[in-house]
Ligand binder design. Structure first.
Ligand code: DNO
Length: 358
């Protein structure tokens, strides 16, 4: 398995590549062209420049997170074909620079959602948290989205593209009446077009789970459990139709047994990418993002890494959201320090698991 680190590009990320290069056991970065709205074609020129920048820092660029899917594709609108065409061309251009995995999601309107971006912890750090009671009281998602974006400071929320957030009312209206089954059928239409291209280009599509893993704001969601991912993999049965196994997203529903999910999808060789982090569940629907260390959260990180090792996982791993520690000023969840501690811990677990088997 290759250890990677998410990086938002030199114009959007305060963390220099040379710092990432110094993290023990790092192989490369996971990145994206953040300035391009969903549906846009990623040109060869932009991609070659990105590749050159990353590789000249001594890092690999084999995973993209994310090539976002345009809402018209999720909605199944007639205009979707033009965006699918761009997606296909983008896949082909990504092949040219040696990309192996594309992480994406199929969540309507909102990507990952938190109700607080800087919840103070007793140790003086702060972290992101989620409280379903707050979400349930929201009558105007636009006001909520505006507030969250205001609190991100100078950094845009990953996956909350400004173009999409500016259109919330219109989007909510478009989704009214769209069922989970409709969403799945629209996903199938997308797969029918893109997975054969991925097969030809040797690039795996790795769907990120819903975060949190349940419907929010009455919008349908279809990727949040063993059963729903089984359905998704069956929509197009190919080794290139894969999953991003995100422990934090799936694990915030305690019904999701993370090591069991890893064994299930890992033994099918359908996990292409893993986001590994911990969180503390306070009660159903309420959690905060703890450090990666097992005892500070609700997950057994040893069992998670052990399951990945046992299924012979040979894809990409990255530590996930970190707390904001040591007075760092960074993008919520994506500072340098706590994620670097996270990776060091995952490295340690893995070394112990592997040596313990001898
Ligand atoms: C949040 C991320 C997500 C993820 C997308 C994939 O921190 O895990 O924004 O990148 O859902 O498309």
């Amino acid at each position: 398995m290759k250890m990677t680190f998410r990086w938002y590009g030199s114009s959007m990320d305060p963390i220099p590549l040379k710092y990432i290069r110094q993290i023990p056991n790092i192989s490369g970065v996971v990145t994206s062209l953040m300035d391009l709205p969903a549906g846009e074609l990623w040109t060869k020129e932009r991609l070659r420049a990105l590749k050159e920048e990353v590789t000249s820092a001594g890092l690999e660029l084999e995973v993209i997170e994310s090539v976002n899917v345009h809402e018209d594709i999720k909605l199944g609108l007639a205009t979707r074909d033009r965006y699918i065409e761009n997606y296909i061309e983008t896949i082909k251009n990504l092949q040219e620079i040696g990309v192996k995995v594309i992480c994406y999601n199929f969540m309507p309107v909102f990507d990952w959602t938190r109700t607080c971006l800087a919840d103070p912890l007793p140790d003086g750090s702060n972290t992101m948290s989620y409280d379903q009671r707050i979400i349930d009281k929201i009558t105007d998602p636009q006001a909520f989205a505006d507030e969250i974006q205001k609190n991100t400071g100078e950094f845009e929320m990953a996956g909350w593209e400004p173009e999409r957030m500016a259109e919330l009312k219109k989007l909510f209206a478009a989704y009214s009446g769209v069922t989970r089954n409709d969403l799945r059928q629209n996903l199938k239409y997308f797969f029918d077009a893109v997975i054969p291209v991925c097969e030809a280009c040797d690039i795996k599509m790795a769907m990120h789970p819903d975060d949190p893993p349940w419907d929010i704001f009455g919008l349908p969601r279809i990727a949040n459990s063993m059963e729903t991912f089984d359905q998704i993999l069956k929509l197009y049965d190919s080794p290139y139709n894969c999953i991003t196994l995100c422990t934090g997203s799936l694990g915030s529903n305690p019904d999701n047994d993370l090591p069991a999910l890893i064994r299930h999808f890992g033994s099918m060789d359908r996990i292409a990418f893993a986001h590994v982090r911990n969180l503390k569940i306070l009660e159903p629907g309420r959690f905060y993002e703890s450090s990666h260390y097992s005892e500070e959260g609700s997950f057994d990180m040893y069992e998670i890494m052990k399951a990945l090792d046992e299924v012979g996982f040979d894809g990409y791993v990255r530590p996930d959201h970190g707390r904001m520690i040591w007075d760092e000023n960074g993008r919520a969840g994506y500072g340098l320090y706590d994620r670097a501690l996270g990776i060091a811990y995952l490295n340690g677990l893995l070394e112990a698991i592997r040596k313990g088997k001898r």
